[in-house]
Design a protein around this ligand. Structure first.
Ligand SMILES: Cc1cc2nc3c(=O)[nH]c(=O)nc-3n(C[C@H](O)[C@H](O)[C@H](O)COP(=O)(O)O)c2cc1C
Length: 399
């Protein structure tokens, strides 16, 4: 039996092993390329979550979230338009305590922020919508679940206790829409958000180029299998070479009546950009509207939502709540919208970058950063509650 090794001998052998091992080289190599990823607590603004989320996602999933349609003019304009609004500071206004609470559609909320419905969350984080609900709940924020969420609505609802709204695409299949509405009622969702601005599938070039490079989002892979099956059935001819896909081309405002007959929940119409459509929404019995250009993912040359918000608020004239989304990344952006008459603001990509960077903790942190920035902006404008915010807080200089 060999004699037991002394400690000195063992260390000697380890040193010999390491000296001849490629492991040591690997360590030096990785040090040479080292880049430090900041920790959750180090991030100072919602904008800083995007590069971290990007580093953790495939390029195609990143492009799916970050991108807009065509030349992305509206995507840039959604952000740019906040620069055309200035806030009016008011010192000496007694703002010891700033209260963010509000009520929308009879639902008390900790702040006027909500998480917007977004599909494809599993491409951002493995637990996608489930994790998003955990983060939103931790920040006491209502989450609107996308109709095309990757997880079943019941699983998302069971993951946390915060309030949910349920977004609806009627697509070409009203039966599926009705089932979704029933599920939303069963799991306790507090509102149905009917998205009306997706008549046709939009052509996002970033995704087409990614697909040409062999990359697939989960949805893209499924769509491709289905397209191949259809093409085989046609003897190999591509069925739809330019990707022209109607989604809801035959729907009109009458459909709101049908939806109304299916559910007692409030119905929020999402995707309006003009006063004319806001009037139609009110006349058709909508309970609220969301001024939205779908994060610039459908129409390439539309106004920024913050530019059209005021004409819609004026038209609606307090009859129903007006919410808005599109490009919101700062608390001051939110205050500008509230000053122009919005009742609430939905966050799409900001919440997704939080999710991608740090899961539920990232979502919570993004929402809390925005709540903090909103508190600060309100204090500097001399308002201590959401109810006190009015048009006098902003000057607009839209082109
Ligand atoms: C990745 C992604 C997926 C989206 N999916 C949906 C969806 O399923 N249903 C919907 O009504 N809107 C969807 N939207 C639009 C958002 O609800 C919201 O209108 C938009 O993201 C707001 O702009 P922002 O991302 O600049 O905040 C999606 C947006 C993104 C970025």
């Amino acid at each position: 039996m060999p004699a037991a090794m002394t400690r000195r001998q063992a260390l000697h052998r380890l040193a010999g092993f390491l000296a001849g091992s490629p492991l040591l080289d690997a360590q030096y190599a990785s040090r040479a390329d080292h880049q430090r990823t900041p920790g959750l607590d180090e991030l100072a603004s919602a904008l800083e979550f995007e590069p971290i989320a990007h580093a953790k996602m495939t390029q195609l999933n990143y492009d799916y979230v970050a991108g807009g349609v065509e030349d992305e003019v509206a995507l840039r304009r959604n952000r740019k338009a906040f620069d055309w609004i200035t806030l009016q500071p008011r010192p000496l206004a007694a703002v010891t305590k700033v209260d963010l609470t509000t009520t929308i559609l009879g639902q008390p909320m900790a702040s006027p922020l909500l998480v917007a419905p977004t599909g494809g969350q599993q491409g951002v984080h493995s637990e996608g919508d489930v994790e998003m609900h955990r983060g939103a709940s931790a920040a006491r924020t209502t989450m609107c679940v996308s109709h095309v969420a990757t997880f079943p609505l019941a699983d998302i609802a069971a993951a946390a206790t915060g309030p949910l709204w349920s977004q609806l695409y009627v697509h070409l299949n009203p039966t599926a829409a009705r089932e979704r509405i029933d599920q939303a009622g069963e799991v306790g969702c507090k509102a149905i958000v009917w998205t009306v601005d997706a008549q046709y599938t939009s052509l996002r070039e970033r995704l087409r180029h990614g697909a040409n490079l062999g990359e697939r989002t989960a949805q893209g892979a499924q769509a491709q299998v289905a397209a191949r099956r259809r093409s085989r059935a046609r003897g190999g001819r591509p069925s739809n070479p330019y990707g022209l896909n109607p989604e809801t081309p035959d729907l009109t405002w009458d459909f709101l009546e049908t939806l109304r007959s299916w559910t007692p929940l409030p119905i929020v119409v999402k995707g309006l950009l003009t006063a004319e459509d806001a009037r139609l929404a009110v006349d058709s019995g909508a309970d609220a509207v969301v001024v939205s250009n779908h994060g610039a993912r459908y129409m390439p040359h539309v106004a920024a939502t913050i530019e059209t918000l005021e004409e819609i608020v004026d038209e609606v004239d307090g009859k129903i709540p007006v919410l808005v989304d599109g490009g919101f990344r700062r608390g001051s952006d939110v205050l500008k919208a509230l000053a122009l008459g919005a009742d609430g603001v939905l966050l799409g990509r900001a919440a997704l970058w939080g999710l991608g960077a740090f899961g539920a903790a990232g979502v919570q942190r993004v929402l809390e950063i925005l709540q903090t920035e909103l508190t600060l902006a309100m204090a500097q404008c001399g308002v201590a509650s959401v109810a006190e915010i009015d048009r006098s807080l902003v000057r607009t200089d839209f082109p």
